[in-house]
Design a protein around this ligand. Sequence first.
Ligand SMILES: [Zn+2]
Ligand SMILES: [Zn+2]
Length: 373
Amino acid sequence: MNLSKFVFAFLLVCFIASLPSVAQNRREVAIPDILGYQTLKCDFHMHTVFSDGDVWPTVRVQEAWLDGLDVIAITDHIEYLPHSQDIEADHNRSFEIAKPLADQMGVLLIRGTEITRKMPPGHLNAIFIKNANLIEREDWWEACVEAQEQGAFVFWNHPGWKAQQPEKTLWWSEHTRLLNAGILKGIEVFNYDEYYTEALKWADEKKLTMLANSDVHSPIGMTYPVGQKTRPMTLVFAVDKTEEAVKAALLDQRTAVYFNNTIMGDRRFLTPIFINSIKVMSQKIGLKNQDISRLQIHNSSDVPFLLKQRQPSVGFSCPDDILLEPHRTVTIELTGTSDEVAQMSVLKMFYEVTNLITKKGENLPVNIDVPNR
Ligand SMILES: [Zn+2]
Ligand SMILES: [Zn+2]
């Protein structure tokens, strides 16, 4: 090697070494594990260029990883393929392209598709399928039966979508038929930026699993700009992050839906989410009549909890409303109102959380107990 070649090689090495390494930061979603289950953050509905989406399948994996998701399903339409002149492929292709990257990044990718029909029955997602090509059928019922035979978990997408149900969100006899055949197992209570009151009611009445999904078509940041809006998620309470465990949880209705700083679900999940998120910091209050004592409450979750007093406390007063901001500690004042308070070993406060909504559509009642004396 002559000197000029050596100098060139040296400069090349220096140049490469000086290139910034591309580091990405995943935003972890802080919602606690509960009841011995892992709280998995999931989005089971999204599109790519292989149907009517704007992005390549691997982009969906990268977005999911950055957004702190654990599990996703890419669910390209079977019957609506506006890019088919440019992209000729079968219905399994988007999954196959995304899978190696998903494995590498630790995002669990579930194979899925969207059965796309006019109302009724509208759009249905089938996830945990084996072969999307076989679900392409003339008859919607046959498509659903094929999905079921493949072991799919089928859910009704955006039931109140105005393009299909402009006047009223109706439940059709076709849905009853799907339900009775054991095919329909879930329903989107929230899709994109729409919440469907009827779907919450049906989830409760008909024992359907509740889901909240993005149904994203554009790059995710175009729909949910960073720092302004978080994408909707289905919280799945699973024994671990495996396909089997996620499917078992969905079949067992072990989910809650998380969107716009609100979580909706069964009380048995919401109560431990709240309890595991907050910590009452003050050890001993020693409240007496006419005294003012301070209590600190820390919220270690990403969810701001909005508390409203639902019943007055005995012997003391506490604030009507408390906002427990994410990752903050709040100080609240308790004021003794009778001599009774000095004798109490526990101070009991009765609130409801206005952004934790039960399956019955009610605010979650919570009690906060603080040791006194
Ligand atoms: Zn759809
Ligand atoms: Zn869709």
